[in-house]
Design a protein around this ligand. Structure first.
Ligand SMILES: Nc1ncnc2c1ncn2[C@@H]1O[C@H](COP(=O)(O)OP(=O)(O)OP(=O)(O)O)[C@@H](O)[C@H]1O
Ligand SMILES: [Mg+2]
Length: 244
């Protein structure tokens, strides 16, 4: 899978950050997790996905990240993706914050540059000066912010967040959500984030949200409107190309 500016002959309109077209995936046991799914992220911003258990949200993120191979359709990316999981203990590997972030850096950088990137990434997530802190001394919210710093240090432009606040207390949940909102709306190099949630109140903070059902994503909607729709148990909007 390739990302980045394809060539000097690139012309308008600009490519979307992510375009998923007609994507299909079935598990070996026969269960179809994605069924001709279309999804398009028009640009930087915080884009949310909701949907019932088993509707295919996590499978979609894994396909976008290249961890699974689709059985049909395609994923086109213009940005480097990074996954952030529900449980940060599943992705933080080394004992201290600094050494863990070093792991995700692109290869071949000189040592001072590596240090500078790690420090800058920590500062961006509110963990400035935490280079030497043992990871086991961090709170759940701090660990999640460290996982996000790992994506920043590795130069990811597209964050794929799979229920990143599910295990956090309300204050840490707010902190992580506000951090992502800030990163997605900053003036310099704003990020694109695709955020899966079951916490409907989070929909009030996104740029748009789509509902997954039986392996397909519906059209983009205003987050609060989709929240009301789900809370009042109205049927989801039909699936199809979501073009923001
Ligand atoms: N490793 C696996 N092996 C076989 N089937 C799987 C596997 N992982 C997921 N599935 C199936 O794929 C379908 C989609 O699952 P997925 O985990 O993507 O749903 P989800 O929308 O993320 O659900 P949840 O909200 O519970 O996290 C489900 O039917 C699920 O049982
Ligand atoms: Mg899931």
């Amino acid at each position: 899978m390739a990302w980045g500016n394809p060539s000097s002959e690139a012309v308008s309109p600009p490519s979307p950050a992510l375009e998923v077209t007609d994507l299909c995936f079935g598990w070996p046991n026969g269960s179809a997790a994605l069924d001709h799914c279309d999804l398009r992220l028009p640009g930087p911003g915080l884009w949310m996905l909701v949907g019932g258990n088993g509707s295919g949200k996590s499978t979609l993120l894994r396909l976008i990240a290249g961890l699974l191979e689709p059985s049909g359709g395609r994923v086109a990316l213009t940005l480097k993706p990074a996954l952030v999981f529900q449980n940060p203990d599943h992705q933080l590997l080394l004992p201290s914050c600094g050494t863990d972030l070093q792991l995700g850096l692109v290869q071949g950088l000189p040592a001072p540059e590596r240090q500078a990137r790690v420090s800058a990434a920590l500062a961006q997530v509110g963990l400035g000066g935490f280079e030497g802190r043992p990871i086991h001394t961090l709170s759940g919210g701090q660990k999640q912010r460290l996982a996000i710093a790992g994506a920043l240090a590795g130069d990811a432009g597209l964050l794929l967040l799979d229920e990143p606040t599910a295990l956090l207390d309300p204050e840490s949940q707010r902190e992580v959500l506000q951090l992502i909102e800030r990163l997605c709306h900053r003036r310099e190099r704003p990020l694109s984030a695709l955020w899966i949630t079951h916490r409907l109140e989070e929909l009030d903070h996104c740029d748009a949200a789509a509902q997954m059902e039986r392996g397909r994503a519906g059209a983009w909607q205003q987050g609060p409107a989709l929240r009301r729709r789900i809370e009042s148990r109205l049927p989801p909007l039909p699936g199809g190309r979501a073009d923001g």
